[in-house]
Design a binder for this molecule. Sequence first.
Ligand code: SF4
Ligand code: FES
Length: 377
Amino acid sequence: MTPPDPPAGPAGPPARPWALLAELTHACPLHCGYCSNPLELTRRSSELSTEQWKDVLRQAGELGVVQMHLSGGEPLLRRDLVEIVAAAEAAGIYTQLVTSGVGLSESRLAALAAAGLKSVQLSVQHADPRASDRIAGRRSFAEKEHAAGLVRAAGLPLGMNVVLHRENLDALDALVELGVSWGVDRIELANVQFYGWGLLNRAALLPTREQLTGAREGVQRWRGRLPDGPELVWVVPDYFDGVAKPCMGGWGAVSLTVAPDGTVLPCPAAAALPDLDPPNVRDHRLDWIWDHSGAFTRYRGTDWMPDPCRSCSRREQDFGGCRCQAYALTGDATRTDPACGLSPDHGLIRGLADEATDGRNRITRRAPARPEAVGPG
Ligand code: SF4
Ligand code: FES
């Protein structure tokens, strides 16, 4: 079974969200330097309870959501994951588990599949086990390999996701070969984006133009060599093409994110925007949040746009780019995304991309979490 297609066409934002990103927990066994979760993570004791998640999913189904990514952190750390998947299934929502693979057992996977889980996306940091463990900040490659075998044996669709950056872009060929040998259906080659903790490590993560050119050519070559799959998805880098991405398919247009503590956001990184005042499912219903909350209506559509977006022919295609990136780079979320070559701030991006030749910067990792009372998961 494959996920339903998103609504298409130039008719503008649909009336209802199509996808939900459920960040079940910020807790994670890995310590990747590119982590896009916020600097300040939600504590386990502040996470939504099982019953609250079930209610969220009931509301999401009524609102029209058809696909959900169960994410985090590491969603397997929620002991109630099977119940959450079952609640999504009852609400008619297609579920994909987004996981590091650490902690996935045959019995857990069987229970998840029986509850309605439809597919799994596995993160991999490098094709070389030692390099993968180094980037992940702990031994994990062997568990990922084991998890891939379990998913294949269970007959579920399997995707592999690799965040690409300076340390692994040159290993693109080996990464594709790894995905083929694991029998994956899809390989998502996602160039690193700079949000949350990853923004702190930007200098160490930014690739060189030469690396990106080589990897892009490599993807084209592999697509020619693998006409029958796996599907290769290349998520374009932000800083190098002079083009703004249609972030999240538009602000409050197709998707919503529910953070571990119940905060509802138009995108996972939006918690960093000042004055957004995001609503919470503990206080409001999802339909009100989607239709009426200031957080969701602020950058919806095109009326909020400044020039050059306001008068640009691409404004309905890229929606002025990414609000979080505009804020991260200019301190003003209302400005045109500096990734766009037409932005008056594009020089900020060009400067960073041109400096990306110095490999001396080191990755900073989060401090290990302090022990605390176990949360609802
Ligand atoms: Fe997109 Fe705005 Fe750039 Fe036009 S000016 S291409 S709408 S980001
Ligand atoms: Fe928030 Fe792009 S990541 S709008």
